[in-house]
Design a protein around this ligand. Structure first.
Ligand code: ATP
Length: 250
């Protein structure tokens, strides 16, 4: 039974999603019936106290973890019903990932890292998009370098180009500025925001940082594995207030 309605046009949605880790006395209900939609061409931040289920929700929606019950919808596909083989293909072809730790392959150049997911799925990189992304991200002069020869900010910009090259239905960003100084972090967030405006990209980002969340169009708040509220057009003050109210209510 649905506890809330969900936008059926959403790029990504959770419907009454439950995730229980372990069993018996040690079972942890990381997601306790989450129903939420993430609209197309919108930048949404997921926030909440530590342990509230942010990473679990993102992992279930990205087909990186299996839910206990409920639906994890990407477009019309319920990821909870797919085989591992299909999930691998979905992650490669329909989802872009940006992680706190960049997760580039150290033995490949920046250029090779950017095009690898497309090559693995047998698709030819779009030369215009490649030029647009590498120019906008300011990494044209770094494309022959390996990740170990790049700064953290440059590595994350390579990861951003890789995430967007396949024109994914959604980009999931997990604390994308967590390892960056404030200037590099702001560049990453501005790029994410502009990719929503200019390319119609859908972005879902987990963050602890109200400053990062203020770049988003919307904030979804989690607490104890449930949706605890949301904010449209967030700013640093409204996000900070909402997080403080959650902490007080617990
Ligand atoms: N593999 C696992 N096995 C057992 N429990 C887990 C596992 N992964 C997460 N949990 C538990 O599930 C709950 C939600 O964890 P999750 O990592 O999703 O929270 P979070 O909001 O992302 O936290 P943080 O902000 O600290 O990263 C926590 O109580 C956590 O301890």
């Amino acid at each position: 039974m649905l506890t809330q309605s969900v936008d059926t046009l959403a790029a990504v949605a959770a419907v009454d999603l439950v995730k229980v880790y372990g069993s018996g006395d040690t079972a942890v209900r990381a997601l306790d019936g989450v129903t939420v939609g993430f609209a197309r061409a919108q930048f949404t931040a997921i926030m909440g106290p530590s342990g509230s289920g942010k990473s679990t929700l993102m992992h279930c929606l990205a087909g990186l973890d299996t839910a206990t019950s409920g639906q994890a919808l990407l477009g019309g596909t319920d990821l909870t019903k797919q085989s591992d083989k299909v999930l691998t293909k979905v992650r490669r072809e329909r989802i872009g990932f940006v992680f706190q730790a960049f997760n580039l392959l150290p033995q490949l150049t920046a250029a090779q890292n950017i095009t690898l997911p497309l090559e693995l799925s047998g698709r030819k990189p779009d030369a215009h998009l490649y030029a647009h992304l590498t120019e906008t991200l300011g990494i044209v002069g770094r494309l022959d370098h390996r990740p170990g020869e790049l700064s953290g900010g440059q590595q994350q910009r390579v990861a951003l180009a890789r995430a967007l090259m396949s024109r994914p239905e959604v980009v999931f960003a997990d604390e994308p500025t967590g390892n960056l100084d404030s200037r590099s972090g702001a560049e990453v967030l501005l790029f994410l925001r502009n990719s929503v405006r200019e390319l119609g990209q859908t972005i879902v980002m987990v963050t602890h940082d109200p400053g990062a969340a203020a770049y988003a169009d919307r904030v979804v708040l989690l607490a104890d594995g449930r949706v605890a509220g949301e904010l449209d057009r967030p700013d640093i003050a409204s996000v900070t207030d909402a997080l403080q109210s959650l902490a007080v209510a617990r």
